[in-house]
Ligand binder design. Sequence first.
Ligand code: FES
Length: 107
Amino acid sequence: MPHPQKHVFVCSQNRPANHPRGACGQKGASDVLQAFWQQLQQHNAYGKVAVAYSGCLEPCDQGANVLIYPEGILYGNVSKEDVDEIFERHLLGGEPAERLRVSAEAW
Ligand code: FES
């Protein structure tokens, strides 16, 4: 079985509603994860791209967060509507979706 070239981690952390850090789980992370899996299927990218949920990636105020390796690029404030852009531009095309990147100061 080939090793995936790209790994996508979608922060799916949940916390109580009044927690001061907030959580990606309350910012649509489940919808984002589903959208990535749909893109994976639509592009038949199995074996090239792996998608998984993760726990907290740290910059919770930027969530919903998506981290992609091997580049180590973090996307923030990601909604399900942004996923096709990340998938097609970055995962298939090799170019980061710059408008969604978390700033170097924040992460
Ligand atoms: S809860 Fe998602 S980065 Fe912390």
